[in-house]
Design a protein. Structure first.
Length: 313
């Protein structure tokens, strides 16, 4: 794995860039033939762990299409540079009218280039869709969004990620998590990063308590090892489903504080205690990141929210 982590060209809520080292350290405890993700999202984890074989699925067809286009060579760094440069000039001259014209065009006839443009010029990088599946995030009100440096940053990300994907045997598919996990077999390793139950969901499809319970039941029955990402607690409340679904001593819980920068306003961006749950046994490891804390499912973290513990200095 490389440092610093590779950054995907799209922004997603709940991206696990800062947890890649911990996930890698857990996965390093077993040999597996294929990496499987039913909620691949930004793909930041496989892009950094770089397994030889992977099945990467998500219910968001637009994310999956973008990576399929990169893999097939339809979306390349030169193509993205030309498109974003031209679109940036139109955005600068026409302002929000051009943004909303692209949004209407995308919702009528989705394309990866329009998706990339909207994702990088919408309000606070939020990815949100209405009940009809239409992208409905307003403009970020920065007409000069796509200056040369920003376009170069995005196209460099596409170029590097395209190189990684081209060297691997990866499959990208749009699918419900249940269908993806039906295909898991012995020798696979599953990393599941679903929308967080009990919290605001901005994903392409909604996430319910029933979905959360179904996922837990399926993961418990898998014929292979897995790691599940979810939220443990924040300064306001705790995740009640953790104890209900994962109180069995066969499963292990690790936590680490994480701060999300995507949110509608600054006061909605709070530190959160992330939980990594696994069926791996005898897990002992170290990473270059602040150490994970192993807790019982009902325990609170030892460090106040937003504070820095001695172990992470």
């Amino acid at each position: 794995m490389r440092a610093p982590p590779l950054v995907p060209p799209i922004k997603c809520q709940g991206i696990k860039t800062k947890l890649v080292s911990e996930i890698h350290a857990l996965a390093a405890h077993c040999d597996y033939d294929r990496w499987v993700e039913p909620f691949c999202g930004s793909c930041v984890v496989p892009l950094n762990l770089q397994p030889e074989r992977a099945l990467l699925c998500d219910s968001n067809v637009h994310i999956v299409r973008l990576y399929q286009d990169i893999q097939a060579g339809r979306l390349t760094a030169p193509v993205a540079r030309a498109f974003l440069t031209e679109a940036g000039e139109k955005l600068l001259s026409q302002g929000e009218d051009y943004y909303y014209a692209v949004r209407d065009r995308f919702n009528a006839n989705p394309s990866s280039l329009d998706f990339l443009f909207l994702n990088r010029s919408c309000f606070n990088g939020v990815m949100r869709f209405n009940r009809s599946g239409g992208f409905n995030v307003p403009f970020c009100r920065k007409p000069n969004r796509f200056d040369q440096r920003y376009v170069t940053k995005i196209t460099n990300q596409i170029r590097r990620i395209g190189e990684v994907i081209a060297a691997k045997d990866w499959t990208f598919e749009a699918a419900d998590f249940r269908l993806t996990l039906e295909r898991v077999r012995e020798g696979d390793f599953v990393y599941a990063d679903p929308p967080y139950a009990g919290r605001h969901v901005d994903y392409f499809n909604s996430w319910s308590e029933r979905d959360e319970n179904d996922l837990a039941d399926i993961l418990k029955a898998l014929p292979c090892e897995f790691v599940l990402s979810t939220w443990h607690s924040n300064e306001f409340r705790s995740n009640a489903l953790l104890q209900r679904n994962w109180g069995d001593p066969r499963f292990h819980l690790f936590t680490r504080e994480h701060f999300y920068h995507v949110g509608s306003t600054e006061d909605l961006r709070h530190p959160m205690i992330e939980a990594l749950i696994t069926n791996l046994s005898g897990v002992h490891y170290s990473t270059s990141q602040p150490e994970l804390e192993q807790l019982a499912f009902f325990e609170k973290p030892t460090t106040p929210y937003g504070a820095t513990s001695a172990r992470s200095r």
